[in-house]
Design a protein around this ligand. Sequence first.
Ligand code: SF4
Length: 376
Amino acid sequence: MNSGSNKFEHYLTLKERISILSAGTKYDNCNQSSVCHAFGPDGRCIQLYKTLLSNNCSAECIFCPNRSQRSAVKTSLEPKEIAKVTWSLYRKNTIEGLFLSSGILGDPENTSYKQLEVVKLLRDEGFKGYIHVRIMPGSPKYLLAEISEHANKFGVNAETTSSLNYSQLCPNFDYKNDILKRLKWTQKIIDQKRKTNYMNRTIGANDTQFVVGALDETDKEIVTTMSDFMKKYGLRRPYFMSFDPVPNTPLENNYPSPKWKELRLYQLSYLLKDYNFNLHDFDPIFDEHNNVKNLDPKELIAQNKPEYFPIDINNATLNELLMIPGIGPITAKKIFYSQGIGCEADLKRLGISVTRARPYITLNGQSQTSLKSFMG
Ligand code: SF4
């Protein structure tokens, strides 16, 4: 495998290298600033310094700006440089932790070793912040175990839904061996850590990312794979990245995938994980090509199940409350454990979106509006 143009690297200042490698994490689903928001294991939104160790990748994934054969300014940061920047931002209260990914620096073992160096340096110096490491495909088991001693979250990107698709997208790696096997390992490590105290550190669930729309796989295939991963590998919050063609890559002339798909896929992941919905509930949200419609999936599902509605809010089970648009896991519990809901104002006080919920509920035997008329 051949590396892209490196001729300018010696002339780059540290600041320029930091900026290039932070921007490179855009393809790990974030914005281009060096600080981005992520969700911690407790669901709280936290700010992380997000960087690549290197964009000088030896692999040739056909959608990726860091691929070996693409000519671009390629650069790297030393583990101690990343640790220093992380500390500096952390001490200024600009960040609460680090997200660390990378292109493959030579081979997965070498790259994972450098990732380990970063997290060890930080922890050895007493860093108590959150650390999320994006593991390399093919990363060796012993390094994965060592990284897990220091990180709060780690996982490998699946990118797609099958071995065949993966061999097209990432020809240097094997889906079953380099991805699925690693997801199984990380899941085992996480399970073990959760049984122990894990040095008072919070451990996140298994983690992966899908690229949406780079190949001709359908959204339904992505959702089915996500559901499968939740069962098999304890995946909780997958990441989605809409495909955006990168100049000078084999897919540069392909159409971008609309950004709104990310939102719809995230919503479906929440419905699966937090609302107890099943894959078969999702039929109405797919169009005739098995791609998601750009409409609120929970509303579509509710409109497709008129036999369940309206739901009597004061006599509903938690599961029934979760089916109602405008009611989430927290507000469902508030209703369930309340002394009883007397009027819409009570619902508003609990933080419920009454406008969305109204067509699907009854309060004290009174329908708030007819579901039939709502559906037209
Ligand atoms: S291994 Fe990662 S960084 Fe390298 S080309 Fe593939 S997706 Fe890009």
